[in-house]
Design a binder for this molecule. Structure first.
Ligand code: PEP
Ligand code: MG
Length: 755
């Protein structure tokens, strides 16, 4: 059964559009369950109806014609109850609604299961039989499994075509947005440029070729190169490989020589698609055919076609010396936009980013925020392969995306962008003013950085220093651990640029989602594994080199604070402080005039919250890493798009934890800083002000926004808002409460699109 399910799902995932996907579902399910009818009804929200979208068994002419009101019929009942409905005699059921055009009167038994995606009923799958016995338990369980597995695929297909896309592949244009989550504030209107990882055929977008002839030539050259490669392999392996194994390579050659793979792709190139897109379409088509075959040997050939496709793509990409022409209003779009993809776009051309995977605290979102670029993450219904070159709007506040929007939507967003520009001009004027509330509470705002190229923008942003320098970035871009001298130079530049303002250098925090190419860590549960201080304490040779570099870099400047990530026990803190002292004493003995820096512990795991006081006793300050703290308190992976809507630093549990940290630090008279993304969220910053947090550190793109809030609202008011917020039980209520205050104070533009 599992094998049947797996194959159906694979085929549906490879379907070219919604109509194709539904056809596959009805015919495969009908065959697998040995029923007389299988039909799929989809929800039409515009008309409050369920529409028959595909059937194998009912009259084909009734597709698109049969429409059942939400509160009617057995289909309506399945959707309403959100559970399977198994009926022996459909005709005798009080909710039965008869549609003569379907010819369904001959079928007695009825089994319907809802198809639910993100808690919404997308539609209903129905099977029917002549026989009079009810469906048995196994059959119900099978259809429920099909429904659950297919919901994602149907949602995805629907996002690219919708109900109207049943017969033709509709132009991707819609007033209805595709939903993601906010990654960085702001609104982007621009041209989608789809980026995809190297040699990943499935992520290659369709793209119109400027010069089809050149595309064809490049494609044929790639095919020839692959052929030569395979022939070389065959020659080399023939003496050692049994004949039946080398037959695989012969099959490859046959496929390359045959008409279907190569010539079909060429046909698509001549029709206007670029070579990688044409190849992807042809490979998908072949894979589908092979996977449908009953013979297991032939089914396996699907894998070979994919393999061959990847090899050809690799050559196409190598030969692709044309640099991407980024339009002036580039919105980068991809399954997974990485920091290096972002870095390839000239900054002045980058208008926005849309990524299917990831969430607000993914590092690419953090980088984009530093650049002031709006980002939508977790847009898992976006049909990435079909949007290259399309006009796209990304609302980084609400997480909404519009592809080829209608004129009304464009007009509205153009107005919002104008207002956003006015807003940011206004914000610039705040640069040199202090972050001081009208009733006189001053709270220094620092910058989070990690790249040398960030220093300029950070200095210009009006930051009063660096509250978090993520040292892992310079480690990530090398091919080995940087030497003490290399590190010294990097740290010295940051410390010097900001002196006499303070700079907080965090010791290496790799592991989790931050990998070093030369120090791979393979773990089932990386966020609960070997990361941050756990690694550096296990490798004093790495830790001491870093500490020495940091201390040396501060000589004569004396503006260094040291910050220790991922502290989860006092032992880790004591051991770290011992190593800091060791590095310090070594340097003193060597005659280097360093001062012992202030030392801080990050509070970013729940155990540190409960021990905030005893940690504070040992250090000079605490710094709260709300990105990880939220992830660990709420048990929500900070990078997982599927649970991104559960990730909220305004969760009452996070607020209570923050209160406890501040109290713990106060007990020993130590200051508390917040350096997670929460500090840069204007609404949250207000509550942090109310808590009496001593400083905030954030992406430079957020500085002016937070400053505006602080300069507008009294600390006294923030304190009373906090007291009210602590009585609320839901994040949504807390956010609404603060947003209402922000709107009332004329600051609504900070938390939504527009002024
Ligand atoms: C945090 O966890 O809040 C933090 C500031 O560190 P990072 O985002 O680098 O994990
Ligand atoms: Mg962290």
């Amino acid at each position: 059964m599992l094998e049947v399910l797996r194959r159906i799902i694979q085929e549906v995932n490879a379907a070219v559009d919604l109509s194709d996907a539904l056809e596959i579902i009805v015919s495969r399910v009908k065959g697998a369950m040995e029923v007389d009818v299988c039909s799929v009804y989809l929800t039409d929200l515009d008309h409050n109806q369920y529409v028959l979208m595909a059937t194998d068994g009912l009259n084909a002419a009734s597709v698109g014609q049969v429409r059942i009101d939400f509160s009617n019929g057995l289909v309506g009942m399945v959707a309403e109850r959100e559970e399977p409905l198994n009926i022996q005699s459909a005709k005798n059921h009080p909710r039965y609604q008869y549609f003569p055009e379907t010819g369904e009167e001959q079928y007695s038994t009825f089994l319907g299961v809802p198809v639910i995606h993100h808690r919404e009923v997308m539609g209903v799958v129905v099977v029917q039989r002549h026989a009079v016995e009810r469906f048995d338990e196994d059959e119900v369980a099978f259809l429920v499994t099909i429904g659950a597995q297919l919901s994602g695929a149907i949602a995805h297909a629907q996002a690219s075509g919708g109900i109207d896309g049943l017969r033709k592949r509709r132009r991707l244009s819609d007033e209805r947005p595709i939903l993601g989550v906010s990654g960085a504030p702001g609104v982007a209107i621009g041209t989608a440029v789809v980026r995809y990882p190297h040699a990943d055929l499935s992520a290659v977008p369709d793209r119109r070729a400027d010069d089809p002839e050149a595309e064809e030539l490049a494609f044929r050259a790639a095919v020839t190169a692959v052929r030569v490669d395979i022939e070389t392999i065959v020659e080399r392996m023939r003496p050692v490989l049994p004949a039946e194994d080398s037959a695989l390579f012969d099959a490859f050659i046959m496929m390359l020589d045959g008409d279907s793979l190569v010539e079909k792709s060429v046909e698509r190139i001549r029709d206007g698609n670029w070579a990688p897109g044409a190849l992807r379409n042809t490979v998908d088509e072949h894979v589908n055919i092979f996977e449908e075959m009953d013979d297991p040997y032939l089914r396996e050939r699907a894998q070979d076609v994919r393999d061959l496709g990847r090899r050809i793509l690799q050559y196409l990409q190598e030969g692709d010396t044309t640099r991407i022409d980024y339009p002036a209003d580039t919105v980068l779009v991809g399954e997974e936009i990485t920091a290096s993809m972002l870095a390839e776009v000239p900054t002045e051309r980058l208008t926005g980013i849309v990524s299917v995977s990831g969430s607000r605290t993914s590092h690419v979102a953090i980088l984009a925020r530093a650049l002031g670029v709006p980002v939508v993450m977790g847009a898992d219904d976006l049909p990435v392969t079909r949007v290259d070159g399309a006009e796209i709007i990304a609302d980084g506040y609400s997480g909404r995306i519009y592809v080829n929007p209608g004129p009304m939507v464009v007009q509205e967003f153009e107005r919002l962008v104008r207002e956003e520009d006015e807003l940011s001009d206004g914000l610039k004027a705040l640069r040199d003013l202090p972050a001081e509330s009208p009733d006189g509470v001053r709270i220094p705002l620092y910058a989070n950085t990690g790249l040398l190229s960030d220093i300029g923008p950070s200095l210009n942003s009006g930051a009063e220093g660096v509250g978090l320098y993520r040292t892992e970035f310079p480690f990530m871009i090398r091919e080995r651990f940087p030497s003490e001298q290399e590190q010294y130079e990097i740290y010295r530049e940051v410390l010097e640029s900001f002196a006499p303002r303070p700079v907080t250098l965090r010791t290496l925090d790799v592991g989790g989602d931050k990998a070093l190419p030369y120090f791979p860590i393979e773990e089932d549960n990386p966020f609960l594994g070997w990361r941050g201080i756990r690694i550096t304490l296990d490798h004093p040779e790495i830790f001491l080199v870093q500490l020495r570099a940091m201390l040396r870099a501060s000589a004569g400047l004396d503006n260094l604070n040291l910050l220790l990530p991922m502290i989860s026990s006092v032992d880790e803190l004591d051991d770290s402080i011992d190593l800091i002292d060791r590095a310090y004493n070594e340097l003193i003995e060597e005659g280097v005039a360093v001062k012992r820096p202030k030392i801080g512990a990050m509070v970013e795991v729940p155990s540190a919250v409960y021990q905030a006081d005893v940690l504070a006793k040992r250090v000079d300050f605490l710094s709260v890493g709300t990105n990880d703290l939220t992830q660990y308190l709420l048990a929500v992976d900070r990078n997982n798009a599927r649970v991104a809507d559960l990730y909220d630093s305004l969760h009452p549990a996070v607020l209570r934890a923050m209160m406890q940290i501040v109290e713990g630090a106060r007990r020993f008279g130590k200051p508390v800083s917040v350096c997670g993304e929460m500090a840069g969220d204007p609404a949250s910053a207000l509550l942090l002000l109310g808590m009496g947090v001593d400083s905030l550190s954030m992406s430079t793109g957020s500085l002016a926004r937070v400053k505006w809030v602080i300069r507008t609202i009294d600390a006294e008011k923030a304190r009373s808002l906090l007291q009210e917020a602590l009585l609320l039980e839901r994040s949504s209520e807390i956010r609404e409460q603060i947003n209402t205050v922000l709107e009332r104070e004329g600051l609504g533009g900070l938390v939504r699109a527009g002024k």
